[in-house]
Write a protein that binds this ligand. Structure first.
Ligand code: FAD
Ligand code: FAD
Length: 464
């Protein structure tokens, strides 16, 4: 096959890589992107998108089941719903297909050449791709590494058979009768909650002393309460050890006691690791930052002309961070002056209720030596939350005590993921408590809790 030469070569077509390639193409750079599996990467194919589709199905099913049982939506009666797992899986697959084809079309429209196959570096400018029709050499002036991340396996519980990663869990048609989730991070709890709503008996094992240990306890309390309501048993301070026979998970509890949990499926969600092996990293002279590729504020690696973006560069491993890095790198390669100067990267946990964090918590601000003030507005005082039958949770603001610059905004509540937009905008625009308090928010919406929290921080609360 004839060698290809280009200005920009992107390895990996996940959110980081495909955005880098589209932007590079738009800016007139001759660009090639290589993908071993499907465009869209983890996020579109086996991550963000199918997980949110599964959560939606589970929420709809559970709402109907609650109405049928007379526990929700006063004034409505309905028959108990039935779940068709194969149809739900087909619907999820349809959404994924639409989006991955969309990415393919966007790449084409930007003039980017997609090479399908596994890429391996020969040197800092040359990559060999194993395509279906034979090996293809691609040479480039600039190379962007966007190989992403993969699930971490536990030594005693290798993936296979009943032991599932998020990828296999999202491909299930049947709901396992007894599911044990190992790791109460955001992925385990998002999926565990969905399966519980679809009828599985779910138990969660967590090594730390509480669920979602990366979040502060105040934010996670409503999620823990909801898990109890849903009948999900959480075993904190517990380490998974392995399977006994085919269907019993062996674990060690906080007091050293042995736990034996019967399981039809074990979902292991103990974190994700960067994909740094298998593509010829040893041919390059990259500097590592722990398990990740070290990059500077422009996503440059230690080698001139080689860039790295997305999950392979470390935390927070989020799709929107990868995309923003991808666009930035393309613009720098095209000669624009850009650097990573983001104030805020929102993080959303799509549990029940949802959690959004942007910027600093009050503890983090104080640890950074900043005198901060904080205030909450509880959703039980929100008319919109009452009319939507979801009153758990609150909005919390953290601001500098001296000039009231907002440092962080957090919320937990049903449907609050959409508030991430207002939070990120406020932080990125350098809003002060007074700016947020003086902005008119539509009534009745959950967003009204934002100015209310700001008013409260200023000692001028109106509705609480
Ligand atoms: P990836 O999306 O991992 O893409 C890397 C691509 O590179 C892959 O397609 C891979 O096949 C390809 N590749 C690797 N090596 C080679 C090679 N040698 N040759 C060719 N191709 C190669 N993030 C959020 O922001 N919000 C969420 O709600 C969310 N939910 C998630 C739910 C789940 C279940 C999971 C697993 C993840 C979730 N994430 C979420 C995280 C998100 O998926 C990642 O942060 C994001 O996909 C990272 O993008 P990336 O471009 O760095 O890498
Ligand atoms: P994790 O969130 O890492 O959770 C894994 C859990 O498993 C941990 O609680 C761990 O204690 C537990 N565990 C590990 N081993 C065992 C065992 N043997 N038995 C039982 N339990 C075990 N990254 C940050 O650095 N800071 C953040 O604030 C942050 N927030 C995020 C928010 C969101 C909404 C998203 C999507 C991502 C966030 N990330 C953050 C990135 C995230 O940590 C990574 O993407 C993560 O590595 C993948 O998530 P996970 O649920 O698989 O694992």
């Amino acid at each position: 096959m004839k060698d290809i030469s280009c200005q920009v070569l992107v390895v990996g077509a996940g959110p980081g890589g495909y955005v880098a390639a589209i932007r590079a193409g738009q800016l007139g750079l001759d660009t090639v992107i290589v993908e071993a599996k499907r465009p869209g990467g983890t996020c579109l194919n086996v991550g963000c998108i199918p997980s949110k589709a599964l959560i939606h199905t589970a929420d709809e099913f559970f709402r109907l089941a609650e109405i049928a049982a007379g526990r929700r939506s006063p004034g409505i009666r309905a028959a108990p719903p039935e779940f068709d797992g194969a149809a739900a899986r087909e619907w999820r697959g349809g959404i994924v297909n639409r989006l991955t084809h969309g990415v393919g079309d966007l790449l084409k429209r930007a003039g980017v050449k997609l090479v399908e196959g596994h890429a391996r570096f020969r040197d800092g400018k040359t990559v060999l791709v194993e395509t279906a029709t034979g090996p293809q050499t691609v040479r480039a002036q600039h190379v962007v590494i966007a190989t992403g991340s993969e699930p971490v396996a536990l030594p005693g519980l290798p993936f296979g058979g009943r032991v599932l990663s998020s990828t296999e869990a999202l491909a299930l048609a049947d709901v396992p009768a007894r599911l044990v989730v190992v790791g109460a991070g955001y992925i385990g709890l998002e999926l565990g909650t969905a399966f519980a709503k679809l009828g599985a008996a779910v138990q969660v094992i967590e090594a730390a002393d509480r669920i979602l240990p990366q979040y502060d306890a105040e934010l996670t309390r409503p999620v823990a309460a909801r898990l109890r309501e849903l009948g999900v048993t959480v075993h904190p301070g517990t380490l998974a050890r392995g399977l006994v026979g085919d269907d019993v998970l062996l674990a060690t509890g906080p007091d050293g006691a042995e736990l034996r949990l019967p399981a039809d499926a074990v979902l292991v969600t103990v974190g994700r690791q960067p994909v740094t092996e298998g593509w010829g990293r040893e041919e390059l002279a990259l500097t590592m930052n722990g398990r990740h590729i070290a990059v500077d504020a422009q996503c440059r690696t230690a080698m001139r002309g080689i860039w790295a973006i997305g999950d392979v560069t470390g935390e927070p491993m989020l799709a929107h961070r990868a995309m923003a890095q991808g666009a930035m790198v393309a613009e720098i390669i095209a000669g624009q002056r850009r650097t990573w100067d983001k104030v805020a990267i929102p993080a959303v946990c799509f549990t029940d209720p949802e959690i959004v964090t942007v910027g600093l918590s009050v503890e983090a601000a104080r640890e950074a030596g900043i005198a901060a003030r904080t205030a909450h507005f509880p959703f039980r005082a929100s008319a919109r939350a009452m009319t939507a039958e979801h009153e758990a949770g609150f909005v919390r603001l953290v601001a500098r005590a001296d000039n009231h610059l907002i440092l962080g905004m957090q919320t937990v509540g049903a449907g609050v993921s959409e508030l991430a937009a207002a939070f990120a905008l406020a932080l990125e625009m350098g809003a002060r408590l007074e700016d947020v308090a003086a902005t008119i928010h539509a009534h009745p919406t959950l967003g009204e809790a934002i100015p209310e929290a700001a008013l409260r921080a200023l000692g001028q609360a109106l509705h609480v």
